[in-house]
Design a protein around this ligand. Sequence first.
Ligand SMILES: NC(=O)c1ccc[n+]([C@@H]2O[C@H](COP(=O)([O-])OP(=O)(O)OC[C@H]3O[C@@H](n4cnc5c(N)ncnc54)[C@H](OP(=O)(O)O)[C@@H]3O)[C@@H](O)[C@H]2O)c1
Length: 420
Amino acid sequence: MKILVTGVGGQVGHAVVSGAPAHVELVACTRADVDIADERAVSGCVRLHKPAVIVNAAAYTAVDRAETEPELARRINADGPLYLAQAAGEVGARLVHISTDFVFDGTSSVPYRPDAAARPLNVYGVTKKAGEDAVLGALPEHSVILRTAWVYAASGRNFLGTMLRHLRSTGAVRVVADQIGTPTAARSVAEAIWQIIEKPAISGRHHWTDAGVASWYDLAVAIAEEAAQLGLLSASATVTPIATEEYPSAARRPAYSVLDTRSLTSLGFLPVHWRTRLRSVLERSSMRRLLVTGGAGFIGANFVHYWLKEHSADRLVVLDALTYAGNLASLDAVRAHPALRFVQGNICDTPLIEQLLREERIDTIVHFAAESHVDRSIQTPDVFYRNEHRRHSLDAQSGAQGLARGARARWTSLSPRLDG
Ligand SMILES: NC(=O)c1ccc[n+]([C@@H]2O[C@H](COP(=O)([O-])OP(=O)(O)OC[C@H]3O[C@@H](n4cnc5c(N)ncnc54)[C@H](OP(=O)(O)O)[C@@H]3O)[C@@H](O)[C@H]2O)c1
């Protein structure tokens, strides 16, 4: 069975691709592969691949920014799903479209059923509701609207990453305690999507979240506690509850948006409590702690920028001697990033390497540092060879060996399974 997934660069799209069963043929599309707001691109892509099922995980998700970019949000969240539904209809595909708890106004005191009246409070919610209606209008028999809520994952831009960053950098956060919903791991949404794909009889609107309810404050407290237990944060981090009015934002949000998932649990879908899922996300992914050597060089600095953007919860220690090609200015845009620590030093400085591995609990070394006096080797090759090249080659070699030795000593001391 061929499954086309859009928005695979996002939290849910990525989890859908990661959780794909072995027997399916995946067509994984980023925004660069197909812009869902471009009708011709959507139609061309769907006709080319002729999937049996399309999963639309692409969306405009910047809830506050949508208030000032309503037209762009509408094109992506309302027109895009319509184009996908029309294209799905042309090739006989099913469409599983992801939507949100933000279609509700939050005035309920019991979980929202899929057929409850949708009255969004903000532009994002209005455009997502329009997308739902467009899909159901164009492909009523062969589409599923799967609403979910409060999605987070180990990487990407989300509440979990934001909390870990703030708690790590300042040791304290103030978090809204009067908005209630259900934190949901992207992996849980992906698992539900794969079950829906396996059950062709499911259509119409459905809800899926992890089990239980929480406020954003409860979620922040749980993140702080679980992360401290895993050694990812200091146990002294503090979380203070505040009211929504104390955290002004451009978009209004529902005070209560718990979703009733019984239309799917009655079919055998098994929810996991949100706190259990949170713990397993933190355990599985546990924030990576990278040492990047030569991180102020051309390739190294690009890597550092990329990593901080894509893996905002990770710790990055950048080591560079700043002697020749390394340039601290290349890190200007990220120097203040709370996850980044810059250390000026040489990879041949074994005590320094051992100290960084130990005190930063480094689990991965990305090694870019190298002697790169290539032009000198052209101007005075014999001198370079005798004096520079030999000396630096030896330095580079001993530097790399020192890194490997230090890493091996550190990691084997942690777990015998890593030996060798
Ligand atoms: N996050 C939540 O808390 C939450 C809660 C409830 C429901 N949902 C819904 O769940 C779905 C997935 O959300 P998510 O959290 O995975 O969002 P996300 O991490 O922001 O991912 C959305 C993805 O869509 C891509 N995209 C944006 N515009 C596009 C376009 N015109 N064409 C193709 N791709 C485009 C984005 O690419 P760029 O990075 O290039 O923009 C990004 O990779 C969405 O429908 C969202 O409304 C999310």
